[in-house]
Design a binder for this molecule. Structure first.
Ligand SMILES: [Zn+2]
Length: 408
């Protein structure tokens, strides 16, 4: 593990640690056998605030090879995302592309987004470092380069295939340690009037919904417009439009071009003002957030312990990466949860990192129903409640640990 003593964007040494989630295993390192429990590695999970550019970031960085070379997250496995990506692709095509244009996607995963562009006849290139994920992309017929994106790779792509009219980066900027190498690459690869579109979870969401479980080692930065704007400017790039969408929590979608090439919409100022009005430039705001997170942790532990004492059976609904941050931080283990129900087949019969909750299929869960489900996959609340009508009718309950704690 490498410790950052300087801010990833502005280089300031005024990094102030405000949140300590303890020592945690990697949130996507699910375990195949009980034997692996003994050798499981843990790393500190601590969050800092930069007093200069206000970027919120982890203090320590686990190597990217360790995090991403064998990756268990498949975009196509996530219900709901396919429609989101289709609408996203159509918006970008309509606004910025003409026939035969070249579209590059950084961290294209199994190709779910870039395939829409490929199917529409644009020249496309996906880039992703995870061997297993790229294998699946190729099976779907999505042209993909197995590599980490970098300035060096960007220069090679320009030589081999020319400049890109659109570069997409979905949920990846926060995963990359060297933000400057990333944007040097974007600067090189982007055509003169080209557009870089990035989507990332919005830090503001954490304040409103207490979604601290989105903090884990893969997410090195927690993004807001103001620090990013500074980063773009350092590379002679410029954000010209921004939208906030509800995908899995609220996400930022930012449109960036070479400086002076696109008309800047009023949305940019609107979100800068919004971030300032929420005092996202002030350390105290983050300290208040920590008090709320600690309070929620205590409430959740008390609730689960009380239920257990009353002889109730509890299981987890979902085994998402973010759930592992919560389970490990609150120390919720097999003494509380019987199992985690998970629809993603790749995770079934495995154990969650750290707390080692056995992961089971819906078929198993339905024959071993608990009294309460702790909904770790809270971003699918609506779909889960619809799907589990029978469980609810029989008197089953869900504990939903966002915005405080809700029981339905
Ligand atoms: Zn900074």
């Amino acid at each position: 593990m490498k410790y950052n003593i300087q801010c990833r964007i502005c280089g300031s040494r005024e990094l102030i640690k405000f949140l300590d989630l303890g020592s945690q295993p990697l949130a996507n390192s699910f375990l195949r056998t009980e034997k692996e429990f003994e050798t499981e590695e843990r790393y500190p999970l601590q969050v800092c605030f930069c007093n200069q550019c206000n970027l919120v970031q982890l203090s320590g960085v686990v190597s990217k090879e360790k995090l991403f070379s064998d990756y268990i997250y498949f975009s196509s496995g996530m219900p709901k995302l396919s429609n989101h990506f289709k609408a996203y692709a159509e918006d970008v095509m309509g606004r910025f592309l003409k026939p035969n244009d070249f579209v590059v996607e950084i961290a294209s995963n199994d190709g779910i987004l870039i395939k829409f562009f490929q199917d529409r006849g644009f020249r496309t290139l996906g880039i992703d470092p995870a061997v297993n994920v790229v294998k699946i992309a190729k099976e779907f017929g999505v042209r993909t380069l197995e590599n980490f994106f970098s300035e060096k790779l960007a220069k090679q792509i320009v030589i081999d295939e020319g400049k890109a009219n659109v570069i997409l980066a979905n949920n990846v900027v926060a995963h990359i340690d060297d933000h400057h190498d990333l944007f040097k690459g974007v600067k090189n690869l982007l055509a003169d009037d080209g557009v870089f579109v990035m989507e990332a979870p919005y830090l503001a969401d954490m304040f409103e919904n207490l979604t601290y479980d989105t903090i884990y080692h893969e997410h090195l930065s927690y993004l807001a417009l103001r620090p990013l704007k500074k980063l773009f400017e350092m590379h002679d790039l410029e954000a010209f439009d921004i939208e906030v969408n509800v995908v899995q929590g609220r996400s930022l979608r930012i449109f960036v071009g070479h400086k002076g090439k696109h008309k800047i919409t009023t949305n940019i100022n609107k979100y800068i003002e919004l971030e300032l009005s929420k005092r996202m430039d002030n350390l105290e705001t983050y300290q208040r957030l920590v008090s709320k997170i600690t309070e929620q942790k205590e409430q959740l532990i008390k609730l689960l312990t009380d239920l257990k004492q009353r002889g109730k059976k509890i299981a987890s609904y979902g085994a998402p990466a973010k759930g592992n941050t919560m389970l490990n931080y609150c120390n919720i283990g097999t003494d509380i949860l019987d199992y985690a129900l998970e629809d993603l087949q790749v995770k079934q019969n495995m154990f969650t990192p750290g707390m080692h909750i056995p992961i089971v299929s819906a078929l198993y869960a339905h024959s071993h129903e608990p009294d309460y489900y702790l909904m770790l996959a809270w971003n699918y609340e609506k779909q889960i409640l619809e799907k589990e009508q029978d469980f609810l009718k029989k008197g089953g309950k869900f504990i939903i640990p966002v915005k405080g704690i809700k029981i339905v």
